[in-house]
Structures are given as structure tokens and as C-alpha cells.
Design a protein around this ligand. Structure first.
Ligand SMILES: *[C@@H]1O[C@H](CO)[C@@H](O)[C@H](O)[C@H]1NC(C)=O
Ligand SMILES: *[C@@H]1O[C@H](CO)[C@@H](O)[C@H](O)[C@H]1NC(C)=O
Length: 348
């Protein structure tokens, strides 16, 4: 009698467990291929350290260096693209800098932000990388172009790295808990977060409309570069690049010396990317634009642009115009990781 009563309950439980198992399996299936789990070892640490040659110049013109032949896995070579969440260790946080330029107004800025980024990477298992941009021979082009060879070298040095996050030196990570994969890089985040039908800017919208917008519909599989734009233009101060054939091709084209890199563009590599986006539907299809504060909040600005509590980072873009870099930097440095109410939405 007792067994008879227990049996249906058991099968109900078993049934629920099975259904739950398949729900979870199918939810994950869209995101992550099975091979991912096969390669996942239980103690997943950061990628092994690589030999970085930061202290000596490269032996010749940058484009002739072996790093431009960085490899792309078969799934990332074709037109169909692919969508999956990267492992944390396959996210490289790249500081491409020689510590000079406008940023040298802030004492020890490079050492300080590198130490801080190391802690951030250790906390999440990302890979922290600094590349000395003085090493690249980029001819007579403006020095900010040297961020692009650094991206190529990052992919080359870490053959497994799937995403390279290029961030300028004048950026402080304000929310160390922030999960890049969940919030920015996962197929779900991209699907939910990218701006659709948003004008792509070339100067102020009212004065100089381009009449070109981001697509209304896109495939997550196609998105290889993630960027934000401020009130005037896309901004390369904080940009994510995915290891795909498209990315490699775009980096090569951006650095075409005759047509782009060697020409006088006030915004250097940023103008090149903007130009390629405005000119080519194919490029727009592969470059996703997130709302600015997602990963490029500025030190000043309204609720669309300026840092507000909880934002991932603050970027001191243009701080040198008013000579405020050091003052602002110290103010935010004191506040990194803060949880109090400091700059809420609606503040100035
Ligand atoms: C960066 O590279 C330049 C050129 O190779 C070199 O002179 C400089 O010492 C390097 N900086 C550091 C901190 O290693
Ligand atoms: C955008 O559209 C406006 C209004 O039709 C026009 O005046 C302007 O020249 C266009 N801009 C470009 C870059 O095509």
C-alpha cells in the first residue's frame, strides 16, 4: 500500500527534474557550444603569462611584424558568425600606452591604473595586459594610432583570447564587481543592450546629420566590435574587439597608411573607424554601439554621458582642455569601489 502511494510521487519528482534539466540545457545551448564545457577545466585560472617585450623597440615598420598574422579559429572565419559567452580568462584587458601624452599631467598614472586593473582582472579571472606603444614604428602618423598595433599584438600574444578590451590610461574602473561577460559580452547582453536605429554621429547631430543609423535589427553572431559614442562621434577610448576574421580585416584596413592612417585626420584611429562605419553597411553590421555609460562614462556630462553611481568606469576624456586632469583623477580615485550615494542619476 505504502509503496503504491510513494511511486507516483517519485515519478512526479523525476518528471520535474527531467523537465528542469532540459529547460536549463536548452537555455544554455543557444549560448554555449558543448565543446566549451569539454575544454573547461575545474580550476580555471588566468591564461599563462606571456613574454612581453615592452622595453625595446620593434625591429621595423609595424605592419611587417608577425603579430599581424594573428590566428582566427574556424568558427570565427565565415559569414555566419557565432554567438557565445567567452570564458573570463579569454577576456584580455589591454592598456596600450607609453604613459605620456596628456595623461602625464597625472602623477604615476600608468603604474596606478595598471595596478588597479591587475586587481580587477585577478578578481574576475580576466587577463591583464600592458603594451608599451612607444615600441611600434608607425611612421609619421599620430601616436594614438599605435593603439591599433597593440590590439593586434594582444591577439597574437594570447592565441586563446577571445575578446580584447582596449581601454585608455585615463580611465578608472569605478565598480570592481562589474562582470564584463554577463553585462557586456554575453549574447544576451548584446541582444538586449545594443542601440538600434540610433544616428551614427559625425559632429553634432543638429549641425551635421549623417542620416545614417545603427541597424534596427541585427544578429548577435555578427557583432565583432563593441563601442560607444559620445555627443559627437564613436569614441575608441574603451572598445571591445572579438577574435574574428572580420576584426582582423578591419584593423588592417583602418591602418591603411595611404588612405587613412597617413592622412591628416584630427581624430586619428577614431576618425578612421567612424569613416568606415559611415561609409560601409558591412562595417555597421559588425560594430555594435552600446549606450555611452555602459563602458565609457565621461567625467562630466548629463545622464547619457557623465559618470553616475554604479557605472563600470569613468573616462577623463578631454580633461586636459581645462587643465583639470589631476584634480578630477584624484577625486574619482578616492571614490573607486564606493557604494554610497555620490553622483546619482539627475545630478550634475
Ligand atoms: C617603451 O618603449 C620605448 C621604445 O622602445 C622605450 O624607450 C621605453 O623605455 C619603454 N618604456 C618602458 C617603461 O619600458
Ligand atoms: C541629411 O538629410 C538632410 C535633410 O534631408 C540634408 O539636408 C543633409 O544634407 C543630409 N546629410 C547627408 C550627409 O547626406
Amino acid at each position: 500500500m505504502q509503496t503504491f502511494q510513494l511511486l507516483p510521487r517519485k515519478s512526479v519528482l523525476l518528471g520535474i527534474t527531467l523537465v528542469a534539466f532540459f529547460v536549463v540545457l536548452f537555455r544554455l545551448y543557444g549560448d554555449v557550444p558543448v565543446e566549451y564545457y569539454r575544454n573547461l577545466s575545474p580550476d580555471e585560472g588566468a591564461l599563462p603569462d606571456v613574454q612581453v617585450q615592452n622595453d625595446k623597440p620593434q625591429p621595423g615598420y609595424f605592419k611587417a611584424q608577425p603579430e599581424w598574422d594573428w590566428k582566427v579559429p574556424p568558427r570565427a572565419r565565415g559569414w555566419e558568425g557565432y554567438a557565445k559567452s567567452p570564458r573570463n580568462r579569454d577576456v584580455v584587458v589591454l592598456t596600450a600606452s607609453d604613459g605620456g601624452g596628456h595623461n602625464s599631467a597625472i602623477p604615476n598614472v600608468l603604474q596606478r591604473v595598471l595596478g588597479d586593473r591587475k586587481n580587477y582582472c585577478d578578481k574576475h579571472g580576466y587577463t591583464n595586459l600592458w603594451l608599451n606603444t612607444s615600441r611600434y614604428d608607425i611612421g609619421a602618423a599620430h601616436r594614438t594610432w599605435s593603439k591599433i598595433p597593440a590590439v593586434a599584438e594582444a591577439f597574437y600574444l594570447y592565441p586563446e583570447a577571445e575578446w580584447v578590451w582596449l581601454i585608455d590610461t585615463d580611465i578608472i574602473i569605478m565598480t570592481p564587481e562589474y562582470d564584463l561577460v554577463e553585462q557586456i559580452l554575453s549574447p544576451n547582453a548584446i541582444k538586449r543592450g545594443l542601440m538600434r536605429g540610433t544616428p551614427i554621429l559625425d559632429g553634432q547631430l543638429k549641425k551635421n546629420p549623417t542620416n545614417i543609423s545603427t541597424p534596427d535589427e541585427f544578429r548577435v553572431e555578427d557583432i565583432d566590435i563593441l563601442i560607444t559614442q559620445d555627443h559627437q562621434s564613436v569614441n575608441t577610448g574603451s572598445t571591445f574587439f572579438r577574435r574574428t576574421a572580420f576584426t582582423r580585416y578591419l584593423l588592417e584596413i583602418m591602418t591603411d597608411y595611404k588612405m587613412l592612417m597617413g592622412s591628416e585626420h584630427p581624430g586619428a584611429e577614431q576618425d578612421a573607424l567612424k569613416h568606415l562605419m559611415l561609409e560601409h553597411p558591412l562595417v555597421r553590421k559588425h560594430v555594435g554601439i552600446y549606450p555611452q555609460r555602459k563602458f565609457n562614462a565621461y567625467v562630466q556630462g548629463g545622464d547619457n554621458m557623465g559618470y553616475r553611481d554604479g557605472d563600470l568606469l569613468v573616462h577623463f576624456a578631454g580633461c586636459w582642455v581645462g587643465g583639470k586632469c589631476q584634480e578630477w583623477f584624484e577625486q574619482f580615485w578616492e571614490k573607486k569601489g564606493h557604494t554610497d550615494k555620490w553622483r546619482p542619476e539627475g545630478s550634475q
